[in-house]
Design a protein around this ligand. Sequence first.
Ligand SMILES: Nc1ncnc2c1ncn2[C@@H]1O[C@H](COP(=O)(O)OP(=O)(O)OP(=O)(O)O)[C@@H](O)[C@H]1O
Ligand SMILES: [Mg+2]
Length: 372
Amino acid sequence: MGKKANILVIDDELGPRESLKMILKPYYNVYAVEKGEEATEILRQVPIDVVTVDLKMPGLHGTKVLERVKQHDPDIEAIIITGYGSMDSAIDGLRLGAFDYVSKPFDVAQILALIRRALERRKAKLQLKDLGKTERTRAQKAEEAGRVKRQLASALAHDIKNPLGLITGYAEFLSSHLESLPEAKEDLEFLSHIQSSAQRITKLVTGFLDVAKLEAGHNIISRPVHLNQLIREAAQQQILGLREKDLTLTLDLDDQLPQIMGDEDQLGRVLWNLLDNAIKFTPPGGKIAVVSRLEGNQVVIDVKDTGMGIPENELPSLFSEFRRLRGAGKIEGTGLGLFIVKTIVEAHGGKVAAESQEGQGATFSLQFPLAT
Ligand SMILES: Nc1ncnc2c1ncn2[C@@H]1O[C@H](COP(=O)(O)OP(=O)(O)OP(=O)(O)O)[C@@H](O)[C@H]1O
Ligand SMILES: [Mg+2]
């Protein structure tokens, strides 16, 4: 595929079809058709590398079109374009071997990145074939199965958010109506359970979707960042939590700390999560310290606490998804915080590590390369 790749756009709607054509034309040979039937014709004439398929089409349905594309050449990568509320068919599409899906209205950078990745995958597959290795290796199969699972889970998480919003909204509405009625005390308590459970699911789902986005490589905007500034902001955001538990926070920041390259919002979330944990897992009256310093050509941030600590054998698995230790018990949380921290830090070329002993407090250290 040294020359321009061939992309086939299948969409019955003129608007999205034309805009996809415009987006892709500078980089690829683009063929656009209105109906699934026409797609088969093009496939016969041109060696297509990637197709984009709108799922909701009159005549031959998108999933059928996808089946035909895959029958024609299973190595053609397909990207599904979904309208609002057609997540079910997107899932069907992924099951049929589509590479990924995007929702309308689509984001130009996102669609270009997707096409690039789909082409890379096709190229890799074709190279493997050339080597006579048509049989996919176990690692690849596992990677692929993992990716599909993740995509399905993201689709599911995405669809949970709307009904969840309704549950929270109606529960709030009912609470405000019942508030003035003395006989509704018990009902109000039940409602508050509904609300807090719904909030918990919202947090889980939002966290999960954030991770999925991060893993897909979206959302990292790289600019020079003053980490000291972000530490002060994160501390400010946690002031209530600190006060409630009577915790002392000390900031020991190197004034000369150089900037690093990164995404302020994402790095802010890293610091917020580490402070949030330090506050949650430190008993009242304890101490928390954040230190920033330059070590060689790395910027290092330590978040230390005098809390319950972490058993040494748990340290290696601490940064996995949904990992919560026994000691976390009744303390609120989803087990996604540290996974998000790790994903963001690594996306910045950095490292995160934890040092602790049970009952002896914990130190989380971040390391980032300097801006060059
Ligand atoms: N500073 C700390 N001291 C002791 N244990 C910690 C500390 N930070 C994290 N942990 C342990 O690691 C687990 C995972 O942390 P993580 O931030 O991923 O999840 P969480 O705080 O439980 O939930 P969330 O961050 O999603 O609200 C925690 O449940 C806790 O058991
Ligand atoms: Mg946490």
